[in-house]
Write a protein of this length. Structure first.
Length: 361
């Protein structure tokens, strides 16, 4: 019997989101029904709303969520009603060429629920990143629901489902930041601050936060930045070199995803240093670099997909670090809001006045 619940729907490109009644089916084979407790408002949701991801409207938005398993479908043996879970938008299939090679964090056939959630007239909804969690209940593949310690606050725990994991993993997994490394992070929003936090946990000795907003730079120190650079009036490449003995950083993380920040990051590295792009660019953006510099500077240029994480492995670890006081997830929660306030949260996101607005249900 389908469940009637309230949810946030983007009906057409660029239009304000709507609070609608939707139908969520009982779980089928390999699926679970989750009662959503909290869901962060992420830039990706705004990209879906504006039609920048694809044109498969209407979208059921929300994907950075935590909640409680309400029911499980046939064949689900590792989850049970009452389990506290964080939702992941990557659920490795176990059989694609990447999974078979022992690289499930790159899974090319990630699992999603097979059954659609719909509007009351039967119109199928496209759930954001295969989740759709701006809703009182959502249906996902069992592999997307990762059981974690229930002592974590849902509004903080849910953030590791996307933004925090992306930034943290960009530093720890993709960038392989190690003890004693110097790190520069360009862009101090939620993802950038998570990269700063990850670098701090990994033992970086110097973490340089780069942004054009002094308020964000002040906030970055809370997560572990040892130095800050306002690039609005300062050449960030020269500033980072000046803070690293004239050499540049061992690892640079671009959490903005624009040609100018990527170029800055490229030259901000030490020789043989690593540049990690985790900020999502617009489809029409292009980058141009001298080929001789690509060759002569050496090192590695990497893209970080979801922080190269394995949710079943990494989510419980991050929650444990949060509960032990080593990872300040609460610091990412700027405000808690109701389900009908998502559109106003998008306005605050554009203005840069929040790290995360979190819907609490």
């Amino acid at each position: 019997m389908p469940h009637e619940v309230h949810a946030v729907v983007a009906a057409k490109p660029g239009a304000p989101v709507e609070l609608r009644t939707i139908l969520v089916p009982d779980p089928g084979p390999g699926e679970v029904l989750v009662a959503v407790q909290a869901c962060g408002v992420c830039h990706t949701d705004l990209h879906y709303r504006d039609g920048a991801i694809n044109d498969e409207f209407p979208f059921l938005l929300g994907h950075e969520a935590a909640g409680v398993i309400e029911a499980v479908g046939p064949g689900v043996t590792d989850l049970a009603p009452g389990d506290f879970v964080v939702l992941a938008w990557r659920a490795p299939c176990g059989s694609c060429r990447s999974c078979r090679r022992g690289r499930p964090w790159y899974c090319f056939d990630s699992r999603n629920a097979a059954q659609p959630m719909t509007l009351t007239d039967g119109t199928a909804l496209s759930p954001a990143l295969g989740i759709g969690a701006f809703a009182e209940k959502t249906l996902v593949a069992a592999g997307q629901a990762v059981k974690v310690d229930p002592h974590a606050r849902p509004e903080a725990a849910g953030l590791i489902g996307c933004g925090v994991m992306a930034g943290y993993g960009a530093a720890v997994h993709t960038g392989a930041v190690g003890s004693g490394d110097t790190v520069a992070v360009i862009g101090c929003g939620g993802v950038g601050n998570a990269a700063i936090a990850g670098a701090a946990v990994a033992g970086a000795r110097r973490i340089i936060a780069v942004d054009i907003d002094d308020r964000k730079l002040d906030g970055a120190t809370r997560f572990g930045a040892t130095h800050t650079v306002n690039s609005r009036g300062t050449d960030p490449v020269e500033a980072v070199r000046g803070l690293t003995g004239g050499h540049g950083a061992d690892v640079v993380i671009d959490a903005v995803g624009r040609p100018e920040t990527y170029t800055q990051g490229f030259f901000m590295r030490d020789l043989a240093g690593t540049l990690v792009q985790v900020g999502v660019p617009e489809p029409d953006m292009r980058i141009e670099l001298p080929l001789i510099d690509l060759f002569s500077r050496g090192g590695a240029l990497k893209s970080s997909w979801y922080g190269d994480c394995l949710p079943s492995r990494d989510f419980p670890v991050l929650i444990d670090r949060y509960l032990s006081g080593r990872l300040d997830l609460d610091g990412f929660v700027t405000e808690t809001i109701a389900l009908d306030e998502v559109e106003s949260a998008f306005d605050k996101m554009r203005a840069g006045t929040v790290l995360r607005s979190v819907v609490v249900l």
